[in-house]
Design a protein around this ligand. Sequence first.
Ligand SMILES: NC(=O)c1ccc[n+]([C@@H]2O[C@H](COP(=O)([O-])OP(=O)(O)OC[C@H]3O[C@@H](n4cnc5c(N)ncnc54)[C@H](OP(=O)(O)O)[C@@H]3O)[C@@H](O)[C@H]2O)c1
Length: 242
Amino acid sequence: MIVTGASRGIGATVAELVVAHGGGVVLVARTESALAEVAAGLDGPVATVTGDVSDPAVADAAVTAASGLPGALWGLVNNAGINPHYGPATDTSHESWVEVVRVNLLGAAAFARAVGAALAQTGSGRIVNISSIAGLTGLPNIVAYNATKAGLDAMTRTMAVELGPIGVLVNSVAPGTISTEMVAELLEANAALREKLVAKTPLGRVGSPAEAAWPIVFLLTDAASFITGEVLTVDGGRLAAG
Ligand SMILES: NC(=O)c1ccc[n+]([C@@H]2O[C@H](COP(=O)([O-])OP(=O)(O)OC[C@H]3O[C@@H](n4cnc5c(N)ncnc54)[C@H](OP(=O)(O)O)[C@@H]3O)[C@@H](O)[C@H]2O)c1
């Protein structure tokens, strides 16, 4: 299993769960020291690939690493993502758009292409793209992020249709607010925003990385063998509440 964005947060937790259940994992992210720390905590077949997900050579290196690791070439959790800009759409610069699209969408596309082609050779496997409820609603102030996450869900549906007949299942997991580094700074700096998010969530709190990771792992298991092309929301009921 290749997990991108595995140096912390949801990706690191997915890697822990996959290894705990007997799978091999290739961890991908830009920060070598953080990857090494995560790898050192895992008791199983693990390799690391350091690089930017938007570089197709990094995706190819991850596939090569997975091929050399027992039991590792059976899927992809396309999890690396960024959400660095907060502000109205009309103030979002072209450069901001390019940065977010490059990582969230082109990076995921590079990995889905490389891993999808490798899985097609084996005739089985799983791809789980980590999108967001932000791609399913009109959440203000993060327009580029929202657009990339909606794009990921579109990629999920198309690849599910193309790869289903050869036995490769492709799904999205769309989390609500999960307590990781990605949102910590924003929510700590903006207590009113945090209160608003929690108030709009029927379960009345943000989720933990494990609460996002378990549904991702579910989609990798035999229990999910008839699910493909799906977007599974994991948001404490936030979307249902409107
Ligand atoms: N947390 C939430 O509330 C939430 C909600 C909905 C969806 N999501 C999605 O869930 C996924 C994981 O988010 P998270 O909350 O766990 O975020 P996080 O804690 O910020 O982790 C992001 C991971 O992505 C890696 N990464 C970022 N840019 C990269 C790049 N260009 N190339 C390679 N790796 C890169 C980071 O490692 P390096 O910095 O070392 O590269 C890190 O491992 C993201 O796709 C995010 O959009 C999160």
